[in-house]
Design a protein around this ligand. Sequence first.
Ligand SMILES: Cc1cc2nc3c(=O)[nH]c(=O)nc-3n(C[C@H](O)[C@H](O)[C@H](O)COP(=O)(O)OP(=O)(O)OC[C@H]3O[C@@H](n4cnc5c(N)ncnc54)[C@H](O)[C@@H]3O)c2cc1C
Length: 458
Amino acid sequence: MISSLDYFVELLGAENILRPDSKEEKLQDYLKDMAEYPSQPLVILRPESSEQVAKILLRANETRTPVVARGAGTSLTGASSAHGWIVLDFTRMKKILKIDTVNWYAHVEAGVVLEDLNDQLKKYGFFFPPDPGSTPWCTMGGAIAENSGGMKCFRYGTVKDWVLSVRVVLADGSTVKFGEPLPKNRVGYDFVHLICGSEGTLGLITEAWVKITPLPQKTSEHKRLLVFFGDWSSAGRAIQKLRENRIQPILLEFMDRATMHSVNEAFELGVPEGEAILFIETDSKLTELLKICDECGSTGNYIAKDEADEERLYSARMLNYMGIKSLNKSVHTEDVVVPIDKLVDYLRFVEQISKKYGLMIPTGGHAGDGNVHPSILYDENSREAADRAFADICNYAIEVGGSVTGEHGVGEQKITFAEAQLRKSNGKEVLQLMRQLKKHWDPNNILNPGKFLTLEDS
Ligand SMILES: Cc1cc2nc3c(=O)[nH]c(=O)nc-3n(C[C@H](O)[C@H](O)[C@H](O)COP(=O)(O)OP(=O)(O)OC[C@H]3O[C@@H](n4cnc5c(N)ncnc54)[C@H](O)[C@@H]3O)c2cc1C
């Protein structure tokens, strides 16, 4: 048998293989993800077709070599890190194969960047709504494997709600297609949604058929605005009241002063700041919405003046993570979800945790979904405190019937907490079923091993 490296060179061409001893600057991109989780690739392979992916997995399975798929590496949880494994980089597989404006779907390769897809869809008056903050870089395969969320998910749902069908290469190198690009399809178990959020542990997505929808017409009532509050709890209460009053804006996001200030400093956006801010986009009931915010103690608001100003506000929210990163501290980015009736208590809890451990925790996120991200900042002296703060917040979410991750996923970061949540909320049988499933689909445990779930109780 020829060596695996020779086999891969023959399959892909030497130019599509990067080795860890390479002098190419590009190698640096593969040595960590965007949350600085370190990665040690055995080799980086850059296929351009499903067939090549299948041949790589066939060989990896034969030689029991672990493989981690990588889209853009924007994961915040170590999900795309390698530990002496093959890194299978999907970025060459970036063809938009079809935009179907009658059946309302797009057929894409896994490496298509979400923003590139939306740029193309716009020409036809359509869009793909899920919009993670990493939209300019992240790929469809990564977004499906992470079941990513974003700001627009409050109204439109997360990525899984938009995936109709996927082509997947399984651990043994066989290729299967799950689902159909149809608005309705009742045949078979729902493997499409099993793949969504599976973090590259069950199979590798090479193509996807995703729903698209017409870009909404802007009504005269369409506005983007900031509403300011003197404290976090009042902003949380306003969210609860808006929901109670059946008001569902397009965007309903929370940002604290530290978050907005960091973005303003880093990107010179000059967006008005406040102790607690709701960033809202609405296409109806603006007066009612503002009245409810007033009743909950809002101290004022800022309505975008024109489209450029709307974009400025949107960018400020999109750039939250980058703003916080520019503070030059290490960051634990939390992603817990709480039931929305617990949102006010949760925001109070985060403030208490910040005081308890003496840590700065800028906080912002998808509050309309109960998914607000505290970013726990630390340095080498406060690492232990940050770990404890992180654990306290995860445990709080489990305790109140929430989830330890709403969108960033489990990766390496949250296995213990994810399994604790499953045991408490779903029962140990569910965890066992997941393990059986993983062992059945990937008996040699070559797909992203040790991430997402453990195979035995420790
Ligand atoms: C600035 C910033 C903002 C962010 N904002 C959000 C947000 O608002 N909402 C949100 O949900 N997330 C957010 N994220 C997290 C992350 O960007 C998303 O999870 C994103 O969808 C990951 O896509 P990717 O292509 O970078 O995947 P990667 O990071 O490369 O991979 C992520 C996971 O998917 C697997 N994977 C990748 N491609 C495939 C494939 N083809 N088949 C099978 N498995 C695959 C990998 O093995 C890994 O487990 C943010 C990250 C950053 C840096």
